[in-house]
Design a protein around this ligand. Structure first.
Ligand code: PGA
Length: 254
């Protein structure tokens, strides 16, 4: 950690906030948390996320695997979410994303990799059931500009488990950059772990960078927990590490 990082412990919560200077530093801090877990527990269960945010962390994990031989052969993973209506092999499916940006660079076994898939309640129940035999050691999260975690959009009750959701316009606009900047190509629905599913993890590691996240970060950390900001549910989790850059932290006042 550089000398310029700030660490804040948020009153009345188990949230530890680390403010770094930029995306690269945030990714490195996230990697340190992940590495400690994987190094101490070779059969750890990792909850993983997609989006732009984890790419730096994933690069660090692959680099560490190649350089230091950190092995993932006994690691199990469960991803947060997946679009509904995209083939798994679609270039923008989260299945493709995870294989391209992480799994192909590690020695992880395909049979230990899990992503939700489908568009029915039965598909959601099957994913919850698959997770029942495991305890997630760390759940990695990004945060949406609207405060979503996974695809749990504002208004989602905190009690929800894996469910099918309709994506809000803000989320689809934010993600249009992956679909030729054409919102019409962005799926309208997704299957996602619910907030209650996410809360079961032993530890939560949330990374947010950039000014687009500043309002959501403030609501998550300083707001009264409310469905208006799904990430604010994390104030009630027993062990949360939030890693920010200065832009994402810029609206914090306390
Ligand atoms: P991003 O998405 O990492 O692409 O910003 C985060 C999220 O929407 O959860």
């Amino acid at each position: 950690m550089s000398n310029f990082d700030i660490i804040i412990f948020v009153e009345d919560t188990n949230m530890k906030i680390i403010v770094t200077n930029n995306y690269e530093e945030a990714s490195l801090e996230a990697f340190k948390v992940m590495k400690e877990i994987v190094a101490n527990k070779p059969n750890a269960v990792l909850g993983l996320a997609t989006g732009s945010t984890p790419l730096g962390l994933y690069k660090n994990m692959i680099e560490d695997h190649k350089t230091n031989g950190t092995s993932y052969k006994d690691i199990t993973t469960f991803n947060l979410d997946e679009y509904v209506g995209l083939d798994r092999n679609h270039r923008e499916s989260y299945y493709t994303f995870m294989h391209t940006n992480l799994f192909s660079g590690l020695d992880i076994l395909e049979e230990n990799v899990h992503l939700p898939f489908g568009n029915t309640q039965a598909d959601c129940d099957a994913y919850e059931k698959a997770m029942e035999d495991y305890q997630v050691d760390v759940q990695l999260l990004g945060i949406g500009g609207n405060g979503h975690i996974g695809f749990n959009e504002p208004g989602t009750p905190f009690e929800k488990t894996t469910n099918i959701v309709e994506l809000q316009e803000r989320t689809r606009t934010d993600n249009a950059r992956f679909f030729d900047n054409d919102i019409n190509q962005v799926p309208t629905h997704a299957i996602t772990m619910g907030i209650a599913t996410i809360m079961k993890a032993n530890k939560v590691l949330l990374v947010a960078t950039g000014e687009n996240k500043a309002d959501a970060v403030k609501a998550m950390i300083e707001g009264v927990p409310s469905v208006d900001c799904p990430a604010s549910a994390l104030q009630n989790h027993k062990d949360v590490v939030v890693i920010l850059d200065t832009a994402a932290a810029s609206k914090l006042t306390k």
